[in-house]
Design a protein around this ligand. Sequence first.
Ligand code: 2DT
Ligand code: MG
Length: 212
Amino acid sequence: TMSTSANRGAFIVFEGCDKSGKSTQCSLLVERLNRDGISAQLLKFPDRTTTIGKMIDSYLQQSCQLEDHSIHLLFAANRWEAMPKMNELLNSGVTLVVDRYSFSGVAFSSAKPELSMEWCREPERGLLRPDRVFYLTVGAEVASQRGDFGAERYEKKDFQAKVATMFDKLKDDSWTVINADKAVTELSNEIFEHAMNVINSAQTEKLGKLWL
Ligand code: 2DT
Ligand code: MG
């Protein structure tokens, strides 16, 4: 295995509900890794810059309506279109820190009454599997202290609660649940330690495929 997987980067995904501090922690982790001489890059899904991403962006901003199955498939397509680049980066030794991935895809869509978790997983099958998912959790009180939700679709307390129950169902032993109810710096130090372990062990493990 050393010949094909030596020195590859690690694939780390952050998941969690709104107000969990995901985006802040993703940025801090990439900065810290790069400062320590570890090549790392931040990616985010949805990637709103592509043609597909622009459709997703206008759906999220509520400037258009899309049928529920249809928007689910666009989110998945937005990941598939990123696969060649992600594969190349990982294999050239770059660690990818990714803000949301297929788990958000399944959790948010299957929180809608008409879409099952099984159906939602299907278009995600075969995508690169992260080495580890960091799942950031905050209590309801802390989340509400962090300010009001914005005006985008899905930014509603009841819907977010449903999404959280879906995340809980998706959890497996490749997830590290991290209590994010603490100071930003303390949390980022904790996450950095976890990330270093993932980066070190990923070097001798082959990249996997999701849900095959
Ligand atoms: P941000 O606020 O992180 O930009 O997310 N979402 C995200 C889905 O419904 N399906 C997906 O596959 C992904 C990646 C979560 C925008 C919103 O889009 C939701 C929140
Ligand atoms: Mg948002």
